[in-house]
Design a protein around this ligand. Structure first.
Ligand SMILES: Nc1nc2c(c(=O)[nH]1)N[C@H]1C(S)=C(S)[C@@H](COP(=O)(O)OP(=O)(O)OC[C@H]3O[C@@H](n4cnc5c(N)ncnc54)[C@H](O)[C@@H]3O)O[C@H]1N2
Ligand code: MOO
Length: 394
């Protein structure tokens, strides 16, 4: 039996086929979903001073149980100018700076105020510093708050903005060319006889990349002809070329010979993976080429395991691979063979149940799955309750 490359080795070899793309400086509003090309260092301290976390009165804990004279007010953006002394308090609001001399907040629900006099009307603050957010609680100027290789999320963008930045250095967008191959394929909605198959892998792959910083170049449907495939591949100008179909060993599986004829140096073909075994990868000039199998589930799984991680890796991601979780099985599984299996499964109430039908042509099973169960090569038979790794699709 032919040697099959382990999945992790194939991923490492694929990532090594390209060099991380260059960077650009983008405003925070434009940087969502990009990978950071440099660490983000806070330019300010947050909070900038000791602040009140509640609406109430700022006072000295030592002066409890009061009463106090109210000598002024501190609101966010309008701090109290002076300092407070013994027996004095300042009316204060959430987010306002604590006046000099004050160390504690009395919440207004526990305060009774008559004119300029304040009295305790409850238990009062339990300790010095109650309801005070200390200067620098969140971060301090000079601190590295985000690292190169992290992906920008809404919260990380907010953090960078709070830290005083207007823009960040990020990896540029990648150009990804997608080609479907196969004489049986026609554009969705245009099949005129039963033997014509709607082309859906290209549609699915482009949709899988929709939330990534990628410009898709749609090469459409290419025929099963060596000359046409070779010419189309030779003309590609992209960071990544991904093909689907024609990856196996049949007489009409021409992607590999066409890539070679176009001048590609192929690195590997066939991975110890199910579905997706006939996957291939190589270099066509500066373009990383990824040949995915045509079966729709195989195309999906290989895109999830290789294409999306490749985009992340070329964008400088520190963690390009999909995260896995450990979950208890809800049904028995037979022992596995030499290929790492990715079973379409449903995770519900903390248990995961693989679908009964796992054929790699079945979009219905894939569409109702919310995770993939990862079965390592030669995994022994498993029982309900045994722990397995999953990749979430939700
Ligand atoms: N003798 C062998 N035959 C096969 C082997 C093998 O090792 N020895 N491997 C099998 C495995 S595993 C897979 S996976 C398939 C994949 O092969 P290809 O990449 O060559 O896929 P095609 O034959 O082109 O297509 C397979 C299937 O998928 C349909 N298809 C293709 N492209 C699309 C598309 N863009 N949208 C929707 N559907 C698509 C195609 O019509 C076929 O039905 O090979 C096995 N064979
Ligand atoms: O590996 Mo293929 O992907 O069985 O269907």
């Amino acid at each position: 039996m032919a040697e099959l490359l382990p999945v992790a080795d194939a991923q490492a070899r694929l990532f090594a086929l390209g060099t991380p793309v260059g960077s650009e400086e983008l405003s925070l509003r434009a940087a969502m979903g990009r990978w950071l090309a440099a660490d983000v260092v806070a330019q300010r301290t947050q909070p900038f001073a000791d602040l009140s976390a509640m609406d109430g009165y700022a006072l000295r804990f030592a002066d409890l149980p009061g009463p106090w004279r109210v000598v002024g007010e501190s609101a966010a953006g309008h701090p109290f100018a002076g300092a407070i002394g013994e027996g004095e308090a300042v009316r204060i609001f959430t987010g306002a700076a604590l006046p000099t001399g004050a160390d504690t907040i009395l919440v207004q629900e526990e305060a009774a105020r008559v004119g300029g006099t304040l009295a305790l009307a409850g238990e009062g603050p339990p300790r010095a510093g109650a309801h005070v957010r200390r200067k620098g609680l969140d971060f301090a100027a000079g601190e590295t708050i985000l690292s190169k290789g992290e992906r920008l999320t809404p919260v990380r963008l907010a953090l960078a903005g709070a830290a005083g930045l207007a823009s960040v250095s990020v990896a540029r967008r990648l150009r990804v060319a997608i080609a479907a191959t196969g004489d049986e394929l026609v554009a969705t909605g245009s099949a005129s006889d039963p033997a014509q198959l709607p082309e859906t892998n290209g549609l699915m792959l482009a949709a899988m990349l929709a939330t990534l910083p990628v410009d898709v170049i749609d090469l459409g449907i290419l025929p099963d002809r060596l000359d046409a495939l070779t010419a189309a591949f030779r003309a590609v100008e992209a960071d990544v070329l991904v093909t689907t179909g024609g990856a196996s060993v049949g007489d009409h599986d021409l992607v590999r010979p066409a890539l070679t004829a176009a001048g590609a140096a192929m690195d590997f073909w066939k991975v110890a993976l199910r579905p997706g075994k006939p996957m291939m990868a190589g270099q066509l000039g500066k373009t990383v080429v990824l040949g995915l199998p045509g079966n729709p589930v195989s195309a999906f799984v290989t895109a999830a395991l290789f294409l999306k991680p490749l985009i992340a890796a070329l964008s400088g991601a520190s963690m390009p691979l999909p995260p896995t979780l450990t979950v208890a099985l809800g049904a028995p599984l037979p022992a596995n063979d030499r290929r790492q299996d990715y079973l379409r499964a449903a995770r519900c109430d903390g248990r995961v149940v693989p679908a009964a039908a796992q054929d790699s042509s079945m979009l219905t099973t894939l569409a109702s799955a919310n995770c993939l169960v990862v079965r390592p090569p030669f995994a022994p038979a498993a029982e309900p309750g045994d722990l397995v790794e999953i990749i979430s699709l939700a």
